[in-house]
Design a protein around this ligand. Structure first.
Ligand SMILES: [Zn+2]
Length: 540
């Protein structure tokens, strides 16, 4: 048992006094509906960064934060400029490999997708060796190192997506079927860069990646956003990409290997990288445009520990204007994530309505560019306001379901900190039960703004009512959720209709997380990362 649990229980012995009840009751569906309506209206043009839609969204957020009497977080301003650069890598129509059995041409986009995360305008790769490096994972806590004895300098590594636990279903390998950060594509590229590889190619398999080739393989010749940082000037890893399962089978076949046999070897501890005797020569051109987008944040200064912060986050950006569906081309993003902002602002209001200042500070951050790679939250964690001495905890909200009250509180990616135990105690006061994400293999925990906070070792949580609408029961709820992912998520029909949509569940989630955060503001301890979290070593 976690030693902190008795202390957490103590935190909940104090019953809710009148002030807290008033604060909780100030969270209403009516006001949340107004925020969702405003933020998902057509006039905001789908809230894409760098557009008029951004200007209007940011203006609305500033106005609301001022109404809520939040202190501007950035030297008198609610705005933090986030420098980004958009890079389009122009890749030839075919990519040529030299193998022991002759040349192999792979079709760009159809079989292989490549891009270069560097601001160098011209990239020339001459006869770079390919090495199969298993999962491309170096994880000391799991005693796993796919790079053992391998010098990757000047080489292109070919790696599997996800982690060994996923392929073997062995619950003792990593976290079994549940994805760890080591399984995410982003980690593979980061680790390849840290190891000094010239390039990294990830093999795309539908189930292991969690999405189809159409999603992974659409990045050549299209703009990709990056944080504008000096590292892009001299990045060692100049080639990132995905390769289809069929294409990698062909490639390895021409090198005298079977992909499936190599994969079998790679799921074993002690696997040694395999040189493929193939090499790649390629010339690419990078075109870049620099631009800045905006994070928006305000806070309530703590009365006793003003330099310690509880952070709430809900990203403001969405997909903007895109391909029309049924004559509608505005991707309004009502559930993703106008609703999250309403959740966050209603919690800010509750803190202001409690009648007393919290002991620790509470900050409300709406990051930009979540959809394109968690850039706003990443930048914020790297460049927090000067008042921030320590971020004690972070609570994020993303993608609401407008289905009414839920009996569950589902933790997306549980086990990272003892906030899980705190949530169990808090959920009881709403007669709700806490469960773990039913689909941990797709790694949803690594896909929203809690990730940069976790990566910095800050106990963070993303939890909401998700699988059991109280009146409908689990089965019917699942049916509606499947429909949501199919017809509404990231589509122009993600709109808000107050006559159809029920915000009672969102209200409950806001009340729950106000309660959680409020208790943390006066707790005489800090929440702690779990030893089993892959980010434990980054915590203090
Ligand atoms: Zn979202």
């Amino acid at each position: 048992m976690n030693r902190a649990i008795p202390f957490l229980a103590l935190l909940f012995f104090s019953c809710q006094d009148g002030n807290i009840k008033r604060a909780i009751n100030s969270i209403t569906s009516q006001e949340m509906g107004q925020d969702i309506m405003a933020l998902s209206s057509d006039s905001l043009l789908g809230r894409a960064p760098f557009t008029v839609g951004e200007e209007r969204t940011v203006a609305y957020l500033q106005k609301r934060m001022a109404e809520l009497k939040l202190t501007p977080a950035f030297e008198g301003s609610y705005i933090q400029s986030v420098p980004m650069v958009s890079i389009t890598t122009m890749v030839p129509n075919t990519v040529d490999f030299t193998t022991p059995k002759g040349a192999l041409k792979l079709k760009t986009d159809e079989e292989i997708c490549l891009w270069s995360p560097t601001i160098k305008p011209n990239i020339k790769i001459s006869s770079a060796d390919l090495v199969f490096a298993g999962f491309g994972i170096d994880a000391p806590e799991y005693e796993w190192n796919d790079f053992a004895g391998l010098n990757v300098s000047g080489k292109i590594i070919v790696v599997l997506v996800n982690d060994p636990g996923f392929y073997t279903h062995d619950s003792l390998l990593f976290t079994g079927n549940a994805m760890t950060y080591y399984g995410r594509w982003r980690y593979k590229f980061e680790e390849a860069e840290r190891k000094g590889a010239l390039g990294c190619l990830i093999v795309h398999e539908d189930a292991a990646a969690g999405y189809p080739w159409a999603v992974a393989g659409s990045k050549s010749n299209t703009p990709i956003l990056y944080m504008d940082s000096p590292e892009l000037n001299n990045s060692r890893c100049v080639l990132n990409g995905w390769i289809t399962l069929d294409a990698v089978r062909k490639l390895m076949g021409k090198c005298g290997y079977s992909y499936d046999s190599l994969k079998q070897l790679a799921v074993n501890r002690g696997f040694k990288p395999v040189g493929l005797k193939a090499c790649l020569s390629l010339t690419m051109e990078n075109r870049q445009t620099k631009s800045a987008s905006k994070n928006v944040a305000g806070y309530i200064a703590g009365s006793k520990n003003p330099d310690e912060f509880i952070v709430y986050t809900a990203h403001w950006d969405h997909l903007g204007i895109g391909k029309a569906v049924d004559g509608d081309s505005i991707y309004n993003g009502a559930s993703d994530n106008a609703a999250g902002i309403a959740w966050m602002l209603s919690i800010a209001k509750a803190f202001q309505n409690s009648g007393e200042r919290p002991e620790r500070s509470v900050l409300f951050l709406s990051p930009t560019a979540e959809e394109s790679g968690l850039f706003g939250s990443t930048y914020f964690v790297q460049h927090p306001p000067q008042e921030v001495g320590r971020m004690v905890a972070c609570f994020n909200y993303d993608v609401a379901l407008f289905l009414g009250k839920f009996s569950d509180v589902t933790i997306t990616g549980p086990g990272h900190s003892n906030l899980d135990s705190l949530l169990r105690l808090a959920a009881k006061s709403q007669n709700r039960y806490v469960i773990s994400d039913p689909n941990p293999e797709i790694g949803m925990i690594y896909r929203s703004d809690q990730l940069p906070f976790l990566k910095a070792g800050i106990p963070s949580m993303f939890a909401k009512g998700c699988i059991h609408q109280t009146e409908l029961g689990k089965e019917k709820t699942q049916e509606l959720i499947n429909k949501y992912w199919l017809n509404t998520y990231h589509k122009p029909s993600d709109e808000f209709d107050p006559t159809r949509d029920n915000l009672d569940g969102l209200v409950e989630d806001a009340r729950l997380f106000y309660d959680m955060g409020n208790r943390l503001t006066s707790w005489n301890q800090y929440p702690k990362m779990s030893r089993t979290s892959e980010f434990y070593n980054r915590s203090r």
